[in-house]
Write a protein of this length. Sequence first.
Length: 281
Amino acid sequence: MGIKEKLVLPVAKRWISGADLHAAMEDAKDANSRGMGVVVNFLGEEITDQVAADAQVDEYLRLQQALCDGGVRGFASVKLTQLGMGSDDGAMGRRLDKVLEGAERLAQLLWIDMESSLSTEKTVSTYLDAHSSHPGLGVAIQAYARRSETDMKLILDQGGMVRLVKGAYREGPDFAFPTRAEISKSYERLMASLFERGEGFAIATHDGALIERAKALAESSHAKFRFEFLKGVRDELKTDLVKSGYAVSEYLPYGSQWWAYSKRRIAEHPSNVWLLLRSVV
């Protein structure tokens, strides 16, 4: 481990469970004890080696079984490029089916994380194809993407489930809204559609104004939804929401790829550093 990793790890552990499944399960049980559910992600992406992609499936099956055996209230979330999307899409589909079968056998949901713009089209189309026979499958939609309004309509028309996020990858203005104000407006529009047409969706943001807007929309909607936060960020707000009767989940990533994940969180969205500092203080 280099000096950068040594400096970042103590801070990164505020939003990453650790390097192994045991650490993730400990954090999951702790979140449950505080009234929250969990969404657990085994870190990895852009895997082209087929043996390595098969190993990702094995880990997800272990993760699902650990959630069941531990009586944990939560489920897994997977990235399609860690299952080989982009290198062998047919094999990726078969791997996704295995993870879906594991979730269904244990009566768990499964979520697909959204990645960079290079994989958005394939992720949405793969989701729509898989959801037609696996209704317990959900997908993340990024509010900063200009195409997300169209994507969400297709998903909701099919009765799909959405986790609404702002977006964590650096993208150009052709794909993403360039300003914070435009992204927030997009998030509000998409959120209104979810409260009008969605069910079982997640409002995944740390933005206080958007959370207040969601609470206002919830007053006139009977939709089942939850708030979702990164581990270790805005813990006081999570507690307040739980006490107020809202469903809340923590997103718990784990695995040996924690350093790559941390670099993206810091380098691509420096505002996350301030969120973490606020959490420490």
